[in-house]
Structures are given as C-alpha cells and as structure tokens.
Design a binder for this molecule. Sequence first.
Ligand code: 3PG
Length: 208
Amino acid sequence: MNALNIIKKTQLLPLTTLVSRDDVEPLCDILMDVSIPLVEITLRDERTLEIVDEFKKFPEINLGIGTIRTKSHIDIANKANASFLITPGFSEDLADYAASKNIVMIPGVQTPSEIMKASEAGFKTLKFFPAELSGGASRLKAYKSVFSDIKFIPTGGITDENTLSYLALDNVTAVGASALIPADLIKSKSWEEIRNKLEKSKELISNS
Ligand code: 3PG
C-alpha cells in the first residue's frame, strides 16, 4: 500500500524526534502492536541524522522523514528507505529532487498561494502547518470549496481535544501530532505509557 493510503487509513500520523538507536525497536514494536504502522521522524536534532537508518531493520513500519529542508535530508531519508517525506513549507526544488528519487512527498502549506503552488506541481495531499496557529479547522473548512481536490494533514498543536474537529472535515486525511508520542515519554523510555497514549487516540477516532 502506498504511504498516502496508509496515512489515510490510520488517520493518525504520530511524529517524534529520536536521538538514540536504542529507541527505534521499542517504538516500532508498539506501533505494530497498536496497528499504526507508520511514524514521522523529524530532523530536528543532528543526532537523528545518524540514527534514522536503524528503521531499515523494521520494514513493516512506514517511515516518514519530516522537517526536510535540504537535498541532503532527502538523501538521508532515501538511505533509510523512508516511504514518505514531509517538508514544513513548499519548495519546488526539493519536490523535483524527491520525485527524482521516487519518494512520496507531502509538502507543508499555510496560505492559498502556497496551496496553489503545491497543487500546480501536482501535489494533492498537503500538510497544513502550523494548524492551530493558522486558523485551525475553521480555516480548512473555508478551503474546502476553493480547493475541493486537495486533502490536508493538519499538524501543529493537534491534541486529543481538537483531533475530532479536524477529522470531521472531509478534506482532512489525517492529523499529525507529536502529542501522540510525547518527547518526555521517549526520554524516560516510558514505552507502556506511549502504547496507552496511541491506543487511547485510536479509540477516540473509532468511537467517533
Ligand atoms: C511538525 O513538526 O509538524 C510540528 O511541529 C508538530 O507540531 P506539534 O508538536 O504541535 O504536534
């Protein structure tokens, strides 16, 4: 299944920044156990660049690499066998480079002009970032009639409290959130708590 279809199916895109190889296996085990076989690892720390290839040992997890801002980030993602890339904004140059490597890209947008640029370049699924600071679900609702062929993955400020208001919109494919894998729980290696958090969010969606 293509990465975009998996994201659409789970409706949740957990994201985090890992800095230790040792954290990759327990995280992948949990993601498989809770049937959310995907994760976005953000390149926010130099150490992440060194360890992201550890995910190659877990091919059942669809690895996304986020905070992609340079071609060398794309090279690192490619070497780690990433199935998708996420950029905070839209760059035609990076979009062309990702296409040349045959990796799915989800560019970030906020404004109508950015949506038009990304759409002209052929992207139909876009990250809406930073979602809560940019008008949240109400703004996406307003985009619906104008950009009826575009789907969004809102990210930035998404919590269990506002998840359902986004997923209720039919132009929202999934929500992306670091709150699904809280950084402090990774730091304290509280794997059971991370599992519970993911299960709770899944339940929230399936009960809606
Ligand atoms: C991102 O990297 O997409 C966002 O910074 C994540 O935002 P969040 O931490 O509020 O989920």
